[in-house]
Design a binder for this molecule. Structure first.
Ligand SMILES: C[S@@+](CC[C@H](N)C(=O)[O-])C[C@H]1O[C@@H](n2cnc3c(N)ncnc32)[C@H](O)[C@@H]1O
Length: 247
């Protein structure tokens, strides 16, 4: 086990061209006052209230309803994602749009000597993540998922759950996830799925709310184009889980 703290170890992964991050809140902050995109859904994520109820109430209710009655519950979902990421104890793992760190902490249970990094744009979400995290293998960064602050090939595994649909440029974010993965690195994405038969209504609802609904081939095709092999796709209600390995 390294004597460095998780934040020290994350600093070593940052793009050296970036300005020095601030650390006053227990995470590395690369955004300061800067605001990334701000749709209604994004504004909700940055409220001080949501992080308090997110893990126990909001996520099980809302994401649970989207996954439908046959979908995995939160515990089964984490097990599914762990399987997709095939983590080893020494792996370096990135959780993109980690919110209050609910998945980040769960992934850290597989890690011994490695590192799990959660990134998110919301200061209130990260404050909660820092507050609720005890593991010395976990650290957090405030940054934009569409412009990841890490050197290329920094991570063995990357996941992005319940968030791709919020990003202004989701396919650029996927390209960033590929850039920071090592060859052979694994990815797991859970995102929305277009409501069958609703056609353009998906787009109208998405434009109004800021929640994009993805077609069944959009994410799989994007990963294949980015050089992932063994791309797998599972569908539960209005959600889809996509995984692959960077060649
Ligand atoms: C619904 S939460 C998901 C949290 C966690 N991944 C999970 O599965 O429960 C979505 C998160 O995405 C973050 N987010 C949205 N847009 C972002 C962006 N452009 N860059 C980084 N984080 C972003 C929000 O701040 C919020 O914390």
């Amino acid at each position: 086990m390294s004597d460095l703290t998780a934040l020290d170890r994350i600093r070593e992964l940052l793009d050296p061209a970036l300005p020095e991050p601030s650390t006053g809140h227990g995470y590395l902050d690369l955004l300061g006052e800067e605001r990334v995109d701000a749709s209604p859904a994004q504004r909700l994520m940055r409220s001080g209230f949501l992080p308090r109820i997110y893990e126990r109430v909001w996520r099980p209710a809302l994401i649970g309803a989207m996954k439908g009655p046959l979908g995995p519950d939160t515990r089964q979902e984490v097990a599914l994602v762990r399987g997709m990421l095939a983590l080893g104890p020494a792996d370096q793992v990135l959780d993109v749009a980690c919110g209050p760190g609910n998945v980040t902490r769960a992934l850290a249970r597989d890690i011994d000597g490695g590192l799990v990094v959660g990134i998110d744009a919301s200061a209130p979400m990260l404050a909660r993540a820092v507050r609720d995290t005890r593991s010395g293998s976990v650290g957090y960064v405030r940054a934009d998922a569409v412009d990841l602050p890490f050197r290329p090939a920094s991570f063995d595994a990357v996941c992005c759950l319940a968030a791709l649909y919020l990003f202004a440029r989701p396919f650029d974010a996927l390209a960033e996830m590929a850039r920071v993965l090592r060859p052979g690195g694994r990815i797991a994405v859970m995102t929305t799925r277009r409501l069958p038969l609703a056609g353009p209504l998906n787009d109208v609802a998405g434009a109004l709310s800021g929640v994009r609904m993805f077609g069944d081939h959009e994410v799989t095709d994007a990963l294949a184009r980015l050089g992932f092999s063994g791309v797998r796709h599972r569908v539960y209600g209005l959600t889809q889980f996509v995984s692959g390995r960077l060649t």
